[in-house]
Write a protein that binds this ligand. Structure first.
Ligand code: AHR
Length: 719
């Protein structure tokens, strides 16, 4: 049973605020619309805030369904999420494949009058996957004359005091060059050497060399450093796969940055949706996420051009690394499989043409879940993880509503669905858009909103959604206000949206914000408004991150029905359709210019003579207060979440029924700001964080005033 929700709660609630009549501009003549808009504007001026204290009535005697919603992470290689982000590798362009002509991010070192040259040398490949190398020819060196190569890292190389860095590289040398090679972490500000190690000899055949560089206790934290490999002898040396790792989370080789992992761990995510997003699809079939090329020894991974987001991917974060990331944070993997559609409208025909891609998906599932006596399970064991991973959900493709060929997804989805269900009947299938030939277990819906009010205006949508279709995974959503990371206004829009998901968590069973990460350095961001920001040295959670953390970490296990009266509103005009603030990948459909199929816009469009469209957008009254109530059936505690989007303190009366006793004292966790544009940043990472305080005066009915621009979770002890 669902909680007692009105059929159209938004209209009902706003109806009590005196000013709103639901209407559909699509069905009206332009003159009628103009008159109504004028009347609405006049009425709105009078009706911003009702004078009586708004009331929430919570009926604990009639608990609704269980809170089924799980918060997880959605991730892909965007905004330098892995390379230059979570994946801890510090060397940029380690395999020299980012650019076919130049060793980008590398520079030549010639110290004390030494002379040398460097260039890419495809004639001396490391192997078939890394089919090039960097050739360094030293013509004048000896004593203080040193020549070599230096890597700038991803916007610098972070150095911390007394820290161990694991370096490795492949090299071979001409007969006259014997070594040694010195590795150093050197300041780009004053040439201070923070750490060094020596490889005494380089052989004439490709060989892997390793060294540990330990920084001095005096090395102050700084990203203004580079990695230098140099020699004081003449000769030629070829380098490949030059790598440097700082300490990683759980000390995993080829692992993740601990600071970012700790931010994720504090959120307690239930699952990880990977590997995308547009990154899964690629602009072309060729540049999709081809999982078989992302496993095993990093020196055997070719990497690929992430043309969806326009930079090179080392594929150091490959299929097994995603799974280990899940293991480290106790998350369930939600595996997105490539489904034969890429962004530039390249698609594979269902039937025989699609079969190899279906087989790839089945192999991928076997790599994840198969025991070590299956072909791909054995491969996973050889890659270092003998135990199979649990896999409950597989998603077929990503945003296939953008495939412009009629019926294409139906055909492709059906073929994947049948093959996966036949081999793995327990796996639940998520469709990336609506499909009717097979019934998906779950439907993935994406909602990117351009303002707080726009997100808030949709924050009762699920109250009225019929429960007859599949369960919903809101697999990407965000209020896109603030860059690189969302500000408090965005967090308030998000909080309103999360009340919608939580209240309706019999239907909405999974949620993942997107994008998750951004490297805040210039050039690091392809898509503005990302949950967690970082530089080479530090990282922080945005206000939107903390709002989600509060929603996830403070809730009961059943939904309590709430009716509301006197909820204040403010006027909002929906903007005309336009591109998302993010830059769509070149050649991709202009994502966001039309709403996803499942949305009904309150906008009318008329074709104008001579071409083009005229849009009439509607005015709406959008509530400034949102709420959700849940109860922990074991302890009795009620978690009441209140979002006050207004600029003024908001008194609110809360009336409980169906409870034997209520503690007068409780706890409030509050996220608030003095301005909606306030935000967190590298410079001020904790400007806006949740604050816990004790509250009193609680009871069967009480009035409490909520601060401006705030999200509050009241924890109320009840019997
Ligand atoms: O999150 C950014 C992009 O938005 C994703 O890659 C894609 O799925 C969506 O269009």
């Amino acid at each position: 049973m669902r909680p007692a929700a009105p059929r159209n709660p938004l209209a009902l609630v706003i109806g009590t605020a005196r000013s709103y009549t639901p209407y559909n501009p699509m069905k009206m003549k332009p003159r009628t619309i103009t008159l109504i808009l004028a009347a609405l504007l006049a009425a709105c001026a009078l009706a911003q805030t009702p004078s009586a204290t708004p009331v929430l009535k919570i009926d604990a005697a009639k608990p609704g369904p269980a809170v089924g919603l799980r918060y997880g992470l959605m991730t892909e290689e965007i905004n330098f999420s892995y390379d230059g982000g979570l994946y801890a590798e510090l060397v940029r362009n380690r395999a020299f494949k980012e650019d076919a002509k130049e060793p980008v991010h590398w520079s030549l070192v010639q110290l004390g009058g030494a002379a040398a040259s460097m260039s890419l040398d495809p004639a001396q490949p490391l192997n078939a996957a890394v089919a090039t190398s960097l050739k360094l020819t030293i013509t004048q060196a000896g004593g203080k004359q040193r020549a070599g190569i230096a890597n700038e890292g991803f916007w610098g190389i972070p150095v911390r005091p007394a820290t161990r860095y694991r370096a490795s590289f492949y090299a071979k040398a001409s007969p006259e060059f014997k070594g040694p090679i010195t590795l150093e972490l050197v300041s780009t500000e004053d040439d201070t050497v923070h750490a060094s190690a020596v490889i005494p000899e380089i052989s004439g055949d490709w060989k892997r060399y390793e060294a540990v560089l330990t920084t001095t206790a005096e090395s102050a934290p700084s990203a203004k450093n580079r990695l230098v490999l140099s020699a004081a002898a003449n000769g030629t040396i070829w380098f490949s796969m030059v790598s440097l790792f700082p300490p990683t989370f759980n000390d995993r080789p080829n692992g993740n940055r601990p600071d970012i992992m700790r931010i994720l761990a504090d959120f307690k995510p239930a699952f990880l949706r990977f590997p995308g997003g547009n990154y899964l699809e690629g602009n072309t079939i060729e540049t999709r996420f081809d999982w078989k090329k992302t496993i095993g020894d990093i020196a055997q991974r070719p990497g690929h051009m992430n043309d969806a987001w326009r930079y090179w991917s080392s594929d150091g974060m490959g299929l097994l690394e995603f799974l280990l990331w899940c293991e480290d944070l106790h998350m369930q993997p939600v595996l997105g499989v490539y489904a034969g559609y890429s962004l530039r409208q390249q698609r594979v025909k269902p039937g025989a043409d699609l079969e190899p891609y279906v087989k790839d998906a089945l192999d991928e599932i076997e790599y994840v879940t198969g025991s070590a006596d299956t072909v791909w399970g054995a491969r996973r064991a050889a890659d270092g993880h003998a135990a199979p991973f649990q896999l409950e959900y597989v998603e077929i493709g990503n945003e296939d509503q953008f495939d412009r060929e009629q019926g294409s997804y139906e055909g492709r989805f059906g073929q994947f669905f049948d093959a996966i269900k036949a081999r793995y009947p327990a796996i639940k299938i998520i469709s990336s858009t609506r499909a009717s030939s097979r019934v998906p277990d779950v439907l993935d819906e994406h909602y990117y909103r351009r303002s707080e009010d726009e997100m808030a205006s949709h924050s009762h949508d699920y109250d009225a959604r019929p429960r007859t279709g599949p369960k919903v995974f809101v697999g990407e959503w965000a209020t896109r206000v603030g860059a690189p990371t969302p500000n408090m206004s965005a967090a308030l829009g998000d909080a309103a949206w999360m009340t919608n998901m939580e209240r309706n968590s019999d239907l909405v069973i999974m949620s993942a914000y997107a994008p998750l990460f951004v490297n805040v350095n210039p050039g690091g961001m392809q898509w503005p408004t990302d949950l967690i920001g970082y530089s080479a040295l530090s990282s922080y959670g945005s206000p939107a991150y903390y709002a989600q953390q509060m929603f996830n970490n403070y809730r009961g296990d059943v939904i309590l029905p709430v009716t509301a009266d006197g909820i204040p509103t403010r006027t909002w005009q929906m903007p005309a359709p336009g591109p998302r603030p993010g830059t769509p990948p070149p050649g991709a459909p202009a994502a966001g210019t039309s709403p996803p199929a499942q949305e009904v816009p309150t906008v009318s469009a008329t074709r104008v003579p001579g071409g083009g469209m005229r849009y009439t957008t509607s005015f709406q009254q959008v509530p400034t207060i949102f709420w959700s109530a849940t109860r922990d059936t074991k302890t009795g505690t009620v978690f009441l979440k209140i979002v006050n989007r207004a600029a003024t303190p908001q008194p609110l009366r809360v009336e409980f029924s169906g409870l034997a006793a209520i503690d007068a004292k409780g706890q409030a966790v509050t996220l608030s700001a003095s301005s909606p544009t306030d935000t967190n940043s590298i410079a001020d990472p904790t400007k806006i964080v949740p604050v816990t305080s004790t509250v009193d005066g609680l009871g069967t009915s009480f009035t409490r005033t909520f601060p401006p621009y705030s999200l509050t979770v009241l924890q109320i002890g009840c019997k």
